[in-house]
Design a protein around this ligand. Structure first.
Ligand SMILES: *[C@@H]1O[C@H](CO)[C@@H](O)[C@H](O)[C@H]1NC(C)=O
Ligand SMILES: *[C@@H]1O[C@H](CO)[C@@H](O)[C@H](O)[C@H]1NC(C)=O
Ligand SMILES: *[C@@H]1O[C@H](CO)[C@@H](O)[C@H](O)[C@H]1NC(C)=O
Length: 398
């Protein structure tokens, strides 16, 4: 059943090279709607600006987690959509499935049939490009990870001996944000899988580290857990720090932490407060500026952070996005020597685009109102910004 697939809508508009020569890539997020989940495809031109293109069904359902407000950040997670090579992966949190698309800018793309996520309420996806291993993080009653081989023909093939329980007491969908899973990523060398889990204050959360057997993809039976240094409670989005064996872990209890895995797990951790922060949860990195950008759903402020080779961090600058936007997931892309930061502004059903002109020199380029764009396209796809989640990018020519 994993082998069935069918041609579906385009992921990237067809005829890129001819009819619409200015399109050089796309960014993706999920509507995560309970009546039917869709990937929203926004195409990108050379200036970094976006246009709404179309929506593609993920053949499954979204769901909003149980939270006091029911507001933005429906999954309490980062990486609910992920691009790896020319593949796009997305979770269906309301169906407990994960789905793989083939991105093809010349022909109609293919969507492989969704496969079981190996648990309940999947919210985050990791990809390791040397082996095409994909790991999915489940955050519901049955929580933990499950890994797959991403096969360009067959889709997602479950890998034996990779179902690992985190043993959290949770509901489906999850109830939080405290006590929920956040993010899953591979280490740069693919030898470890990191899973961030928020604590239930005053009990801190942790980052669980599984060893990955690169020959057969299997995971160590038990993870090694690292709790953040004092002040850290709610490990959320994770970004690898280049040229080191360290991870920046955003933490809405205070700001962020550096987890240094140089000497293995458990990591050595350092906490960094971000002044005025409310809900810093997400992060992405720019190769051009070398800096990491955090987004705060409460203040709608982007915080630019520099981490030096000794793993000392400092805040370079903060940028106010329109108050009330509720900035959640983000991704940076490089286009013709320029880097752009795409931020999902869930409370206003929009994507904000920042041009990263250099360290400390980001400028606001665009706000794409996705709700209006979908409505004026005549698409019947239901749009509720509070359900939006995830952000991933594909660039045709760098
Ligand atoms: C994967 O390789 C490890 C180490 O060689 C071995 O212990 C394990 O049984 C293998 N697992 C599977 C599913 O092949
Ligand atoms: C599963 O993988 C672990 C770690 O690689 C290994 O110790 C264990 O023997 C494997 N079990 C099976 C059934 O392959
Ligand atoms: C979301 O927008 C409403 C107004 O529509 C505003 O009252 C609320 O504060 C916003 N939420 C966030 C988290 O920015």
């Amino acid at each position: 059943m994993y082998y069935a697939y069918f041609a579906s809508a385009l992921l990237l508009a067809s005829g890129l090279a001819t009819a619409r020569p200015t399109i050089i890539g796309a960014i993706y997020f999920i509507t995560n709607d309970p009546s039917g989940n869709n990937v929203i495809v926004n195409t990108m031109d050379h200036s970094g600006k976006l246009s709404y293109s179309h929506a593609v069904s993920t053949q499954g359902k979204g769901v909003h987690a149980n939270s006091p407000t029911g507001g933005p950040d429906a999954l309490f997670s980062q990486d609910s959509v992920k691009v790896g090579k020319d593949m796009l992966f997305a979770v269906n949190p309301g169906s407990s499935t994960v789905v793989m698309f083939k991105i093809n800018h010349q022909n109609p793309s293919e969507i492989n049939m969704p496969v079981s996520s190996g648990g309940d309420f999947p919210v985050s996806i990791a990809f390791y490009e040397n082996t095409n291993e994909v790991c999915v993080l489940n955050g519901g009653h049955v929580n933990g990870v499950q890994c797959y081989w991403a096969d360009s023909i067959k889709g997602l093939i479950p890998i034996p001996n990779t179902t690992r329980s985190l043993g959290l007491t949770q509901t489906t969908p999850a109830t939080g944000p405290p006590g929920t899973v956040s993010d899953v990523i591979f280490s740069a060398d693919g030898g470890e899988l990191y899973v961030s889990v928020k604590g239930t204050p005053p009990t801190p959360g942790f980052v669980a580290t599984y060893k990955v057997n690169k020959a057969n993809g299997s995971l160590s039976n038990k993870p090694v857990k690292t709790t953040p240094a004092s002040g850290g409670l709610l490990p959320f989005g994770m970004t690898l720090i280049p040229r080191t064996k360290a991870v920046l872990v955003v933490d809405p209890a205070t700001g962020f932490s550096i987890f240094d895995f140089t000497k293995g797990a458990p990591a050595k951790t350092t906490i960094y407060p971000v002044k005025n922060q409310l809900l810093n949860c997400w992060s992405s990195i720019s190769r051009k500026t070398g800096n990491i950008y955090l987004t705060d759903a409460g203040t709608s402020i982007v915080t630019e952070v520099h981490v030096n080779n000794q793993l000392k961090a400092n805040i370079v600058k903060q940028y106010q996005i329109k108050a009330g936007s509720a900035t959640i997931d983000s991704i940076v892309t490089s286009v013709g020597g320029n880097d752009f930061l795409y931020v999902l502004s869930a409370n206003v059903s929009s994507v904000d685009v920042l041009s990263l002109n250099g360290p400390g020199q980001a400028t606001h380029l665009q706000t794409l109102d996705v709700q209006s764009a979908v409505a004026s396209s005549g698409s019947p796809v239901p749009i509720h910004g509070v359900n939006f989640q995830g952000m991933a990018a594909y660039v045709v020519a760098k």
